[in-house]
Design a protein around this ligand. Structure first.
Ligand code: DOR
Length: 437
C-alpha cells in the first residue's frame, strides 16, 4: 500500500537546475507539494537533511536476461540493483530467450516484470528481417531495437536492404546498435588466433562504428524517422553527429565509454570487453565534450551482465558486456563533485532527457503532479564499489574499488520506498511504463 511521504529539508534539484532547500509531499504516489515548512498529519516523515533529492534515474538501455538467461541475471536481482543505484525505471533490450520479437514474448516479459520488479519497466521489440508487423503493432513497447552488428541469429539485421524497410514503415522510435557487421567479420579473420582481449577494440574498430552510424543517420533522414543511436563510443561518430544530427535523431553514451578506455584491458582483462568496445583515452575526452555540448542527449548503462565463469573464457570466447545500473549514477555524481559537470546536468542526462526522448509521461523531473519516482542521495559520503555489496547476480563490476559518492540512501518508486535508509524493500513493485505516441 502506498502511504504518503513527507521528505523534509533536502536540497531539491528542480527542473532547469533550480535548487530549493525544502520539502516534498508525496500523496498517492504523486508529487503533491513542493515548498518549505510543509506539514502533514499522516505522512511518513523522511529526514532529508544533508541529502540531495533528485528525480529517479531512467536507464534507457539494459539487458536483464529474463527469460532464458537467468543464470546471469533476472528481473528481481536486476531491479534490486536498480533500486540500490537510484534507477527507478528501465528500458530493456530484446536479446533474451525467447527473443522479444512478438506480442506474446512482450506480454510474457511484462507479466514477469509485474511479479518481480521493484522499479518501473519498459521493453523494446527486437527487429528481425521479417517481423515488421509485430514491430509496428506490439504494445506497450518503448521502441524498436535494431542490432546492425555485434549479434548473431535472428536479431542481427545488418544490411541496408534489411534495415531500410523498418525505417520506411511506421513512426515508432528506432534504437540502433550501430556497428558494421561486414567489417567486423572481415577483421575477425585478420586478427584470428589472438587471445589478448585488447584486440577486441581493434577488431570492432572506430570505423565499424562510424559506418553503421552513418547508415542509420542516412535512413532516418530519408524517412524523417525518429532514430536513437545507442551507446556512442567514438569521437568520430560524435563529431559526425555534431554536423549531421537532425531534430529527430538522438544519442546516448555509457559511463564506461566516458570513464574507461583501452588501458582497462591490462587491469581487468575480459571484464572490460563490451560492444561497442572501449576506445582510447582521447575518445573519452571527445565524448565528454559532446555530452557537455548537447550533441549527446542522455546516459544509458547497457547493463549486460555475464558470470565470472563466462568472462574467464579466453578471448574471443569470452562474452561482451558489463553490469552498470548500480554504479552509473554514483559514477556521474562523483564526476560532478570533481567539477567535470554539474549535478543538474547529471539529472538532465539521466532523468529528464530519457523521459523526453522516449515520451514517458510524468517522469524525469521533480514537479507537482509528476510520479513520485525520487531518490535521496548523499553527495558527501565516499564509499568504494565492493563486490560483496552488489545486488546484480553476476556479482562483479568493472569499477570495483573505485571510491564514489552520491550513493542513494532512499529510492522511492511511485511513492513506495524501495530503498529505505540503504536497505532494500524487496516487496515493492514498480509499474509498466507508458509511452506517448
Ligand atoms: O557488450 C554488449 N553486450 N553489448 C550489447 O549491446 C549486448 C550486450 C549483451 O547482451 O551481452
Amino acid at each position: 500500500m502506498t502511504s504518503d511521504l513527507l521528505i523534509k529539508q533536502a536540497e531539491i534539484v528542480l527542473p532547469e537546475g533550480e535548487l530549493l532547500l525544502g520539502d516534498v509531499l508525496v500523496q498517492q504516489g504523486k508529487i503533491a507539494e513542493i515548498g518549505t515548512a510543509l506539514h502533514s498529519e499522516s505522512a511518513r516523515i523522511i529526514d532529508g537533511k544533508g541529502l540531495t533529492l533528485l528525480p529517479g534515474v531512467i536507464d534507457p538501455q539494459v539487458h536483464f536476461r529474463e527469460p532464458g538467461l537467468e543464470h546471469k541475471e533476472d528481473l528481481f536481482t536486476a531491479s534490486c540493483a536498480c533500486a540500490k543505484g537510484g534507477v527507478t525505471s528501465f528500458l530493456e533490450m530484446p536479446n533474451t530467450k525467447p527473443l522479444t520479437t512478438t506480442q506474446a514474448a512482450l506480454d510474457d516479459k511484462l507479466n514477469r516484470a509485474k511479479e518481480k520488479c521493484l522499479v518501473n519497466y519498459g521493453f523494446f521489440m527486437g527487429a528481425t528481417a521479417d517481423n515488421l508487423d509485430d514491430l509496428r503493432e506490439a504494445s506497450p513497447a518503448c521502441g524498436i531495437k535494431i542490432f546492425m552488428g555485434s549479434q548473431h541469429g535472428a536479431l542481427l539485421v545488418s544490411t541496408e536492404e534489411e534495415i531500410e524497410p523498418i525505417f520506411a514503415k511506421g513512426d515508432r522510435i528506432i534504437a540502433v546498435h550501430a556497428e558494421d557487421q561486414a567489417r567486423i567479420m572481415e577483421r575477425r579473420k585478420e586478427f584470428a588466433g589472438i587471445s589478448d582481449p585488447a584486440i577486441h577494440s581493434q577488431i570492432q574498430d572506430e570505423e565499424a562504428a562510424l559506418n553503421a552510424t552513418k547508415l542509420a543517420v542516412k535512413l532516418a533522414n530519408k524517412y524523417q524517422r525518429r532514430l536513437h543511436i545507442l551507446h556512442l563510443s567514438t569521437g568520430i561518430e560524435a563529431e559526425y553527429l555534431r554536423t549531421h544530427k537532425t531534430p529527430w535523431i538522438s544519442t546516448e553514451v555509457t559511463p564506461q565509454h566516458l570513464l574507461l578506455n583501452t588501458e582497462a584491458y591490462e587491469k581487468i582483462g575480459t571484464l572490460a570487453q563490451m560492444n561497442p568496445p572501449l576506445r582510447s583515452p582521447q575518445n573519452n575526452e571527445i565524448l565528454w565534450k559532446a555530452l557537455l555540448d548537447g550533441v549527446i542527449d542522455c546516459i544509458a548503462t547497457d547493463h549486460a551482465p555475464h558470470t565470472l565463469e563466462e568472462k574467464a573464457k579466453p578471448y574471443p570466447h569470452s562474452p561482451s558486456g558489463m553490469p552498470g545500473v548500480e554504479t552509473s549514477l554514483v559514477l556521474m555524481l562523483t564526476e560532478a563533485k570533481k567539477g567535470r559537470c554539474s549535478v543538474e546536468q547529471v539529472v538532465k542526462w539521466m532523468c529528464t532527457n530519457p523521459a523526453k526522448l522516449y515520451k514517458i509521461p510524468n517522469k524525469g523531473e521533480i514537479k507537482i503532479g509528476y510520479d513520485a519516482d525520487l531518490i535521496l542521495v548523499d553527495l558527501n559520503n565516499y564509499r568504494p564499489v565492493l563486490k560483496e555489496n552488489l545486488s546484480t547476480k553476476c556479482g562483479w563490476s568493472p569499477f570495483e574499488g573505485w571510491e564514489l559518492t552520491g550513493w542513494p540512501v532512499y529510492t522511492i518508486v511511485n511513492g513506495n520506498i524501495a530503498l529505505d535508509n540503504g536497505q532494500l524493500c524487496t516487496d515493492v513493485r514498480g509499474k509498466a511504463l507508458t509511452f506517448e505516441s
